[in-house]
Design a protein around this ligand. Sequence first.
Ligand code: FES
Ligand SMILES: [Fe+2]
Length: 446
Amino acid sequence: MSYRTSPETVLDLVTENEAHKDLYINDEVFDLEIQHLFRNTWVYVGHASQVPNKGDYYTTTIANQPLIMVRHSDDSIKILENRCAHRGVELVAQTHGNTGRTFSCPYHAWTYKTDGSLIGIPVKEGYNNTGFEKSSATKGLQTIKNVCIYRDFVFVRLADEGLSFDEFFGESLTSIDNMVDRSPEGRLEVVGNPLRYMNNCNWKMLVENQTDSFHPMIVHYSSAGTVKKIWEEMQPYEGPKPMVVECIVPFTMDYDFYKKMGIRVWQNGHGHTGVNFSIHSDYADASGYFEKMVKSYGKTRAKEILDENRHNTIYFPNIMVKGPIQTLRVFKPIAANRTLVESWIFRLVGAPDMLLERTAMYNRLINSPTSIVGHDDTEVYERAQEGLECNGNSWMNFQRDHFSPEGKSSEEIFDGSTEAQMRNQFRAWKKFMGTTKSGPNRYDAN
Ligand code: FES
Ligand SMILES: [Fe+2]
């Protein structure tokens, strides 16, 4: 049986509580995800602070579509196809830089403005009287129509039709709001390049892991547990708790801690851990920060912003943000068994440098290719991928704490032990795969 020739059958690969292993290992299912899921949803491109000046650009790929995010001469941000209108050659090979006022193709030097319009063709008279002006090539680079910039976070929906940005994200945007509001100026800036590394597993395993509250105390026992043991042996210790201890030791917290953290689930696959508190709640104060926040927001609002300590927020399909530590991770699907992870960090504009120092340290400790924590997860993802490639039970189970019908209201809050957010992701997966249904009802069934 081929999913490519009967794509509607992929919808049977997800039940209320289980997902078939073909979701993780089958190349045709992966291709259908790229073709449908990643085009029907609002997918993160980048942050406006990556292109602060006119002509600054950043390149990426979404749903096999190479894209350029560029700051145009009128200061707006354009998202363009990164392929020449002449013969399809990739225009820009670098991940970022400044192109000035134009892009020039490396093959025959067709030239485009930063809004994609074609403005130069060498020896253009060769096209005289050929009817060239009627060709699609003269339209220049295609610009992506459905772009939304929310508090400097840039998203696109490649499909022409679908849910609006607000319909798709709804209340989940409060996690981005909280991260941005932590800046006394209400602004974030990307700092440096992301930490990148490849995982030999399916992208969904990484997304599921972000709200899997029942793995840290097991998987991270050897790494975080060792830091905890050393810290205990160092007692009594004079002076402030080292940042590394603050960042790593909470990974050893017990089931009860993670249960009480709570999980909030929103429609369309979004959700977060850490409703009541999180592993980020007990970080030391940065000198002078609260005063700056009070000056900007007033005492009540400043306290409200800083008391919100959400853990991991999934923006379906493939990013996770951590407001209290200002990181964003992108899980880029490369193949059924390959996922590139990018971990970005942000500066809270106007806040003390110590907060950026902690953010950068957290990212290095947990998310870098040489991390001592992230590799615990990588190990289990790859072992799961290998296991699924073999014979055995064909279904992945996501049944923990599934007591009643879910997905009926726009927001639901659960005990942190639940796998409800994973089930929520699979409901969204089915909804946005939309492989065979067409027309206005395509996004209705949840
Ligand atoms: S392919 Fe770009 S100018 Fe020919
Ligand atoms: Fe983990």
